[in-house]
Ligand binder design. Structure first.
Ligand code: ASP
Length: 303
């Protein structure tokens, strides 16, 4: 296939600080659009976006679909269950066949690390990584930081603590890449068995206890235990995990913002009483996700 210059969004690691700022600015514009009664623009009319989700998703898939539709694009929804994957068709053949129907961009979620990179190499249209195994989830880190930016009016100088399954979370890895580019100070907190050994060399403060990790932070991002990716139990019992690592109301001080990428397992990583935490921005993250994904689609297809 001939090389064609094109843009992809495969990971935060490939974005410059300037590109991230430009995406926030685009998201601000699309946020305004979403406040209008029609909530729609014709920016991508005539384009078709294919959603290829080989792993479960609620927020990311629906929000990409809505983002594309709000921009006037057509959306093709591929579902792995019931497709010809059952008959042995490969990932690339599947994508090439969908491309042949006339598709302008692919949004891909797959459990294989590097799967979006692989497709991007072989497809002549933009590919967006919507989560590749334990690797990256760039739009999640963009929408999390965009939520903080909208809440505080800035990111520079803020401290964000991330608590949870750092070892298996693609959200955590994307945050490691975005934090220095937007001026966030990051703190990391997990049981020792869920801290990748190499992360000790990155220079971020690493905690194995919640209280000091959270004290004085501007925001706390709590991660789900990625049980589907854990090959061995990382902690003696889930009861013990909740006892020592669950974020509870008494850990937070007024003004500290609570974030979670979802899905939440209430009672495991988050105490159910935090449903009433006045500074939760968890549903705002979901709302902002649409504006951020509109920005990403527009940037890749028209930018
Ligand atoms: N929804 C996020 C992801 O797909 C976080 C999670 O599943 O825990 O990585």
């Amino acid at each position: 296939m001939p090389e064609k210059p094109k843009n992809d969004l495969l990971g935060i690691r490939y974005l410059s600080a300037e590109q991230i700022q430009a995406l926030y600015q685009l998201a601000d514009r699309f946020w305004e659009v979403l406040q209008q009664p029609t909530r729609k623009v014709a920016a991508l009319t005539g384009s078709t976006v294919a959603l290829l989700f080989f792993e479960s998703s609620t927020r990311t898939k629906l929000s990409f679909e809505l983002a594309a539709k709000r921009l006037g694009a057509d959306v093709l929804n591929f579902s792995a269950t019931g497709s010809s994957l059952d008959k042995g068709e490969t990932l690339l053949d599947t994508a090439l066949n969908i491309l042949a129907m006339g598709v302008d961009a692919f949004v891909v979620r797959h459990r294989g690390v590097g799967s979006a990179h692989f497709l991007a190499k072989h497809l002549p249209v933009p590919v967006i990584n919507a989560g590749d195994g334990t690797h990256e989830h760039p739009t999640q880190a963009l929408l999390d930081t965009y939520t903080l930016y909208r809440h505080f009016g800035r990111l520079e100088g803020l401290t964000l603590t991330i608590i949870g399954d750092l070892f298996h979370s693609r959200v955590a890895l994307s945050h490691l890449h975005i934090a220095p580019k937007v001026g966030l100070s990051l703190r990391l907190c997990a049981p020792p068995s869920l801290i990748p050994a190499l992360w000790y060399q990155l220079g971020y403060p690493i905690y194995t206890e919640v209280v000091p990790a959270v004290a004085g932070a501007d925001a706390v991002l709590v991660l789900r235990m990625q049980k589907e990716r854990q090959s061995y139990p990382p902690i003696a019992s889930w009861q013990e995990y909740s006892r020592f690592y669950q974020l509870k109301p008494e850990h937070l001080r007024p003004g500290q913002v609570l974030l979670h990428p979802g899905p939440i397992n209430w009672g495991v990583e988050l105490h159910p009483a935090l449903q009433a935490w006045p500074h939760t921005r968890i549903l705002d993250q979901v709302t902002h996700g649409v504006a951020i994904r509109m920005a990403v689609l527009y940037w890749l297809l028209r930018g």
